[in-house]
Ligand binder design. Sequence first.
Ligand code: PMP
Length: 402
Amino acid sequence: MTFDVAAIRAQFPGLDDAKDGKPFAYLDTAATAQKPRCVIERMAALLGAEYGTVHRGLYRRAAHTTKLYEDARTTAAKFLNADRGEIVFTGGCTDAMNLVAHAWGRANLKPGDRVLVSGMEHHAGLVSWQTAGFAPEAIPLLDDGSLDLAAYDRLLAQGNVKLVGCVHISNALGTVNPVAELARRAHAAGALFLVDAAQSAPHLPLDVRALDCDFLAFGGHKVYGPTGIGVLYGRRAVLESMPPWRGGGEMIERVSFAGTTFAKPPARFEAGTPPITEAIALATALEWLMALDRAAVQAHEDGIFSYAEERLAAVPGLKRIGTAAHRTGVLSFTLPGAHPADLASVLDMENVAIRAGHHCAQPVMERFGVPATARASVGVYTTRSDVDRLYGGLLTCVRLFG
Ligand code: PMP
């Protein structure tokens, strides 16, 4: 099946933002993805003629939104090859990771128990543990930005590891981690395994059974859906063993001043009025993504990524950070004499949007001895022409700063 990028782009009004005759080259999809028209229209309808609450109304409209909300859970389950009872809607990917650290961590970790996370975690996968009162240890990185698997084995062999967390695709390096193999080794050592799929969910088909992970988190806005919504997959038995994190709303069974009992998962973890419209519109985004030929999407994005690598290699002096054998989606780089923010500003004048900073992965910056990097990232709608515009803008930067 061929992949028609022009037909895809026509569905994204956010890409249509020319300035001074220069088309908009949006190369910041790793931060947040533009939205297809079907998601925008779904949100508008849900906030308009279809608006209502969930779970507590006895009238027709509330029954309608409740059905859509619960159907959205079924869609998210299909997206991950999970059961719908294993899908918890959260406020985002960060919120999902915090739920694991706070609810599972506090109930299961005793003094002396250890948590390992990759040295390329997004802060969501590190600070969540720290704010819950734990001090995760880093699985170190090799110079190419891949995980040091021998060090991982040594850390596991030291014993008492109860959970390992790892990004599937690094948002700072583009490294694709062998999460199924990492999960296998974690399980052999008696630890659970958490996948941060924030960057992989839009790019790769995900199957929690094949990955054999215990938790997997992703957010709506990077999979072409709304902000304010995320998904936590938790293996049924693990979710059932966990206490709630936040209290209120429909997460209860029976409440009294003498004591409260809690609903079964997933309701146990969805306190308060949930992000109703966001969850339903997320399902629209996931249906949209699943209706595409996912292999063709992946081939397209990988093709654009390789092309961008070639172009960046031709920019004099440019240094890439993140050259692991298995990498995709995200290109981090620096240019001597220029702060990454200067590069982003010059490119912005060309109407090319990239990200500059630490990408919420400060330990990665420290590992590679840079304060920040410039980062271009690829989405389903990215074209070679976007990459050519990046290349042209970077040549201007070389002239200005070189
Ligand atoms: N993990 C990774 C790998 C990410 O790239 C991001 C977003 N940059 C997050 C977690 C957090 O996602 P959110 O900010 O949407 O909660």
